[in-house]
Design a protein around this ligand. Structure first.
Ligand SMILES: Cc1cc2nc3c(=O)[nH]c(=O)nc-3n(C[C@H](O)[C@H](O)[C@H](O)COP(=O)(O)OP(=O)(O)OC[C@H]3O[C@@H](n4cnc5c(N)ncnc54)[C@H](O)[C@@H]3O)c2cc1C
Length: 327
């Protein structure tokens, strides 16, 4: 019988990616209901190092395959290894980061296993069927991010497999003395790959910068003019803050999608967040609700953003920022 909540331990350059700790949090939410063990799967040439990092991260079991060569970006070969691992472990659910690597590897894993894959979940809820079995409600934005849908894997089909959007869950803080059972699956071998990696160039705009920023300045439609946005950038520069925005700013390309905050964007948890010209629609404020200190500047005293801010300044953002920058 399928049993266990399996987390894909995505790694890069010898490090487990921080997003894995978020998936471990999501797995613990599921475990509270189902009582299943949390498993991590990892396959890499420097596997021992990655297993060390995973041990004590809040997982109960680690399954590892040591590959005979570096297989980063050889998703055709890596997906075969992971699919074989999942067949062997037989978990009831598999949680994968909705990252470029997670998406690419697990669409192939799903095809190999003949199972479904719900992409880009922003909420996972557990429910119980009449026969006592548990299932995961996989909630995600859909249809051009205009509606929210709940996807449920058909009864009796396992694993329930899903990618989870980074930033949605708070990283799991494991007890320092936590130990996992480790098993190396030596009979699984990395096949030849049709992909040759000729070079690696980092992306120019990464989501990490905004997810890990201590201070974030968020612009809304009120900051959309060239003049206002230039002021916002100067302000952010002075505060050494990352820049985020509402969906209209991402739609017009003023900020990259990776910096859109909200239900269909990313969730941030900075120490300080300052929003400029943002009305405060629920779809946006969902993405900032865990901010420690939240300041809003809006010229409309009735703007809903003031209902969720700790401090509010009623005024034209241009005048407020110009005064601040002159100090
Ligand atoms: C399914 C769905 C998912 C969505 N997901 C997201 C999401 O992830 N993120 C997101 O942000 N939105 C999302 N939206 C859109 C959301 O509902 C709002 O439309 C959007 O957040 C509004 O953006 P805004 O506050 O920038 O613009 P507006 O609502 O137009 O507000 C602009 C504000 O700026 C103020 N203002 C104007 N000029 C100035 C000035 N000079 N100085 C000070 N204040 C000024 C105005 O008073 C106003 O309050 C989603 C919508 C749907 C239907």
């Amino acid at each position: 019988m399928a049993d266990g909540i399996c987390v894909f331990a995505e790694n890069y350059n010898g490090n487990i990616e921080p997003v894995v700790a978020e998936l471990v949090s999501a797995a613990h939410v599921i475990k509270e209901m189902t009582g299943e063990k949390i498993q991590a799967v990892v396959a890499a040439s420097d596997c021992e190092n990655l297993v060390r990092q995973l041990n004590g991260s809040g997982v109960d079991e680690i399954y590892a395959v040591k590959t005979d060569r570096d297989c980063m970006f050889q998703d055709d070969a890596l997906s075969q290894v992971i699919a074989e691992m999942i067949k062997k472990i037989n978990p009831s659910s598999v949680l994968v980061p909705a990252t470029t690597i997670g998406r690419s590897v697990f669409s192939r894993v799903a095809a190999r296993l003949g199972c479904g894959l719900t992409a880009d979940c922003t909420e996972l809820l557990v429910d119980k069927r009449e026969d006592g079995s548990f299932y995961i409600k996989q909630n995600k934005p859909s249809f051009g991010e205009n509606v929210f849908v709940t996807i449920v894997t058909k009864e009796g089909f396992y694993p329930q497999m899903m990618t989870v959007r980074p930033g949605v869950y708070t990283p799991y803080e494991a007890a320092a003395d936590g130990k996992a059972k480790v098993e190396y699956l030596d009979d699984i071998v990395l096949p030849e790959s049709g992909i040759e990696v000729v070079g690696v160039r980092p992306a120019s705009s990464d989501t990490d910068s905004i997810l890990s920023a201590e201070v974030v300045v968020v612009g809304g439609r009120g900051a959309e003019s060239e003049e206002n946005f230039a002021l916002l950038e100067k302000f952010a520069d002075k505060l050494e803050a990352a820049i985020g925005g509402t969906r209209p700013l991402a739609d017009t390309g003023m900020i990259p999608f990776e910096h859109q905050i909200g239900q269909t964007g990313f969730t941030i948890r900075p120490r300080i967040c300052i929003s400029l010209g943002v009305s405060g629609a629920i779809q946006h404020t969902e993405g900032i609700k865990d901010t420690k200190l939240f300041v809003a500047i809006n010229e409309d005293e009735n703007a809903p953003i003031f209902n969720v801010s700790d401090y509010g300044i009623i005024g034209d953002m241009k005048e407020v920022l110009q005064s601040y920058l002159e100090l």
